[in-house]
Design a protein around this ligand. Structure first.
Ligand SMILES: C[S@@+](CC[C@H](N)C(=O)[O-])C[C@H]1O[C@@H](n2cnc3c(N)ncnc32)[C@H](O)[C@@H]1O
Length: 374
């Protein structure tokens, strides 16, 4: 069994822990902005391919003393890097956290990188190149007090980069947050799903991937572990093939996104085409005031502007009021969820919430508001 650490947005630790359990992880322990778990190499590959909510899976390799930069340098040089790295492989080092002496993450990362390549020069007479874009080995260092946890980043780039969304509307949700909101809602694939403010379509597309049992990682070109010395190509192929074979052919209930902005709807269509799901998910241009319920019951999840990045507060107040009015008048029998980072605007909805779930959108504290529409 290996130890792993999944990084996740603040507030989603418990939701991610459930996801990891479903994927077969053991000894799961949520922590701040991450979840510790255990499993074998197949689980590592499976989590990278299937996880909808987490950002990265780190593989801790050592915990070393790091009171200051000299001690960190010496500690890093004591490790046997040949187990992970050959001079013909490129590297990059990312650092998070700090202490009194190591209080600049770039400098700390540089110190670790220097220690590793100097170790290589002593051992082999040659050293790895640095490649911050696409390194063969991405090393993650986390400084906490006088300790540094060194890990290998098995994901490479963050898993929210699914690979299906080059086209982004204004203020798109991260795919991982969209997937988390869907999981936190009462939506199940047998219920109609509607996002009437869909932008580039992230919520609708993530709902469709879930409904069709599609592993989000199937759209990605590359994961960090694929350039590791211990990469098991046939195991990876087998896990991908299983995922391909487990896709479902058709949605059992409609998934619909609409937005008043035709250019943004075109982007949503490009994104869903990239997933090969353009015959499944429907995106159309529609002003919110003209929307009608497409079925007697279903789930709405939407992400109106909060006034932080787009829109002005007065106009947005009218939009939030309109959302409340439309839900009440035309969506009897449905359950609606709104994520917002603006409490004043939320009051304009004018409906009684049945739940309020705290979430972060990036660094912004937000709430997922639930409305049962009788
Ligand atoms: C924050 S964005 C949604 C982003 C989306 N979740 C994504 O991931 O791309 C809000 C969207 O609401 C749309 N919108 C604002 N007012 C609207 C209205 N009255 N009717 C329909 N759409 C509206 C905007 O065009 C914008 O695309």
């Amino acid at each position: 069994m290996n130890n792993y650490f999944a990084t996740v947005a603040r507030g989603l630790e418990e939701t991610a822990a459930v996801e990891l359990a479903e994927l077969g992880a053991t000894n799961i322990r949520p922590d701040f902005a991450g979840v510790h778990f255990q499993g074998d190499k197949a689980l590592l590959y499976r989590v990278n391919l299937w996880a909808r909510i987490i950002f990265r899976v780190l593989v801790p390799i050592a915990e070393v003393k790091s009171y200051n930069s000299q001690q960190l340098y010496r500690s890093v040089q004591k490790l046997n890097w040949s187990a992970y790295l050959q001079p013909d492989m490129s590297i990059a080092v990312n650092c998070t956290g700090k202490n009194n002496n190591l209080n600049h993450t770039h400098f700390t990362a540089l110190q670790i990188k220097n220690a590793i390549v100097d170790w290589q020069k002593d051992k082999y007479g040659e050293r790895s190149n640095i490649d911050v874009e696409k390194p063969d080995l991405l090393i993650n260092a986390h400084i906490h007090k006088n300790q540094c946890i060194l890990s290998l980043d098995s994901s490479g780039s963050s898993l929210h980069r699914r690979g299906y969304r080059p086209a982004m509307g204004i203020a798109p949700l991260k795919e991982t947050l969209a997937a988390a909101l869907i999981t936190m809602s009462d939506w199940t694939p047998d219920l109609p799903f509607l996002d009437p403010l869909c932008g580039s379509g992230t919520l609708a597309i993530e709902a469709a991937l879930k409904a069709l049992n599609i592993a989000p990682g199937l759209y990605r070109q590359q994961f960090g572990f694929q350039t590791w010395l211990d990469f098991d190509r046939s195991l990876w192929q087998q896990i991908r093939q299983e995922a391909e074979a487990n896709k479902l052919p058709e949605l059992s209930a409609p998934i619909i996104g609409s937005d008043r902005d035709l250019d943004i709807i075109e982007q949503a269509r490009v994104n869903v085409q990239n997933c090969g799901l353009d015959t499944q998910v429907r995106f159309y241009q529609q002003e919110l005031s003209e929307i009608e319920a497409p079925a007697d019951q279903g789930i709405i999840i939407c992400n109106p502007p909060y006034g932080q990045r787009i829109g002005n507060t007065e106009e947005l107040g009218a939009l939030y009021k309109l959302l409340g009015d439309i839900f009440k008048q035309r969506f009897t029998g449905w359950t609606a969820y709104i994520i917002t980072g603006n409490k004043e605007l939320a009051k304009k909805i004018g409906l009684r919430t049945s739940r309020r779930l705290p979430v972060y959108n990036g660094s912004l504290p937000c709430t997922l508001l639930k409305y049962e529409l009788y």
